[in-house]
Design a protein around this ligand. Structure first.
Ligand code: MGP
Length: 196
């Protein structure tokens, strides 16, 4: 009888002990860029907001703040691997590029953003080391999502990432890949290097 009581009390203790937070494979950082002031140089309003490395923190941040439908026009959210800045100038991004998709339906931007975030923090891409992060942009001419990767010249890797991303966000339309180098050298260039 005493044994049964002991077992029951240890089970009770286990149930009452809050479970440890679920650690992610790596740290990620959310960034925010507010609508640009006219004439302001690019990047002057870009801010690092919060670094997280548990599933619980992620859900809390996502629920409370980081939904693109909460963004004003011309603002951006970024979620990048901690230590990588969402800029062409960052050494990890310098030779990279981005897959991007445009949508005019807000719920769909929220859904695609969430699906991508879950895939990133859950390390679902085979080439996860090749990924820098994701950017959600609210624009009049269509909201955008861009997946930044490291080695633009490696076509095989980029095609594999692009294919996987389309499955994750459940998109059948073609998506386009641009090199940051092109955007940097010819201001505003939208030269498409790969599509899938
Ligand atoms: P963009 O946001 O990549 O292009 O860059 P988009 O999506 O066509 O434009 P948007 O108005 O919808 O945002 C737009 C411009 O911002 C570029 O031509 C650059 O002048 C500047 N810019 C963008 N990025 C990502 C960078 C960057 O990483 N570094 C610097 N220095 N300028 C940037």
């Amino acid at each position: 009888m005493a044994e049964v009581a002991e077992v029951t009390s240890s089970q009770q203790q286990q149930q009452e002990t809050p479970s440890a937070p679920h650690k992610l494979e790596r740290k990620w950082t959310f960034w925010f860029d507010k609508p640009k002031q006219q004439g302001a140089a690019w990047g002057t309003s870009l801010r690092e907001v919060y670094t997280f490395d548990t599933v619980e923190e992620f859900w809390c941040l996502y629920d409370q703040i980081f939904r693109p439908s909460k963004l004003p026009a011309n603002a951006d959210f970024h979620c990048f691997k901690s230590g990588i800045e969402p800029k062409w100038e960052d050494p990890e991004c310098a030779n990279g590029g981005k897959w991007s998709i445009t949508t005019s339906r807000k719920p769909s931007l929220d859904t695609m953003w969430l699906e991508t975030l879950m895939a990133l923090i859950g390390e679902q891409f085979d080439e996860s080391e090749e990924i820098c992060g994701i950017v959600a942009s609210v624009r009049q001419r269509g909201d955008k999502l861009a997946l930044w990767t490291k080695t633009a010249s490696n076509e095989a890797v980029q095609m594999s990432i692009g294919k996987k991303w389309k499955e994750i966000i459940d998109v059948t339309d073609k998506i386009m890949y641009n090199f940051h180098d092109d955007s940097r050298s010819k201001a505003g260039s939208r030269a498409v290097r790969y599509n899938i």
